[in-house]
Design a protein around this ligand. Structure first.
Ligand code: SAH
Length: 214
């Protein structure tokens, strides 16, 4: 098989695997098809970009498992007019997927090296609706609140209070909750007029949400 054919086949298998993990939303699947994960994995792991596993990136962090990215994106129920806040830019892959589905993405990262590399990629790929910032994301972005959707891609012991406060009424937040070195639970929080509703979605494993800059 020639190299382009092999690549095409690997990318087709990638989408097939994501579907087989239960993702059915066609908008999410199309975004996963369009954004090439290979661009977000550098160095010795680049050849494994189409495997359904988390992979190491710089600063001791990881790019999430693609089927988990897809399931979290689906659970977030993003609409085309939404303003979305992401905590934990990492490689920028999740933000890139969201950029295909929402109006505007703000993504926060505590490691400057990662934020800069991700911003370069967003520029190169022409993903102009993503704004990346270097900051401790556990405080959110009060000046730009409220957000229609919030996604946290690092595990917190509890959903951070400032993020709950920055969710608009009717808004949805997805956050992995639990101790960092054990299995965590992915939670969906919906803000209602009279409070917050919590649903447990599935077991996941993320790097911890850490306070302060990296
Ligand atoms: N969404 C990423 C996955 C990143 S892993 C992707 O698609 O590749 C989680 C990221 O959260 C790491 O890069 C880590 O540095 C970052 N992080 C952890 N605590 C943070 C905090 N308080 N504020 C901002 N970023 C944080």
């Amino acid at each position: 098989m020639s190299e382009p054919d092999a690549l095409l086949e690997a990318r087709m298998r990638f989408i097939y695997t994501i579907r087989s993990r239960g993702v059915t939303d066609t908008r999410v699947l199309q975004a996963m098809e369009k954004i090439d994960r290979r661009a977000f994995v550098t160095g010795i792991f680049a050849d494994r970009a189409y495997e359904d596993m988390p992979l190491p990136i710089a600063c001791g962090q990881t790019i999430s498992q693609p089927s988990v990215v897809a399931l979290m994106t689906e659970a977030l129920q993003v609409g085309p007019r939404d303003k979305v806040l992401e905590i934990g830019t990492g490689s920028g892959y999740q933000a890139a997927i969201l950029s295909q589905l929402a109006r505007r993405i703000y993504t926060l990262e505590r490691h400057r090296t990662l934020a800069q590399a991700a911003q370069k990629l967003f520029d190169r790929l022409g993903l102009a609706n993503i704004t990346s910032m270097v900051t401790d994301g556990s405080h959110g972005l009060p000046d730009l609140a409220p957000f229609d959707r919030i996604i946290v891609t690092a595990a917190a012991e509890d959903p951070p209070g400032p993020l709950l406060a920055q969710l608009r009424i009717g808004g949805i937040m997805i956050v992995p909750v639990g101790q960092s070195d054990t299995v965590q639970t992915l939670i969906r929080v919906t803000r209602r007029d009279d409070g917050y509703e919590y649903e447990e979605l599935r077991a996941v494993r993320f790097v911890p949400l850490v306070e302060g800059l990296g």
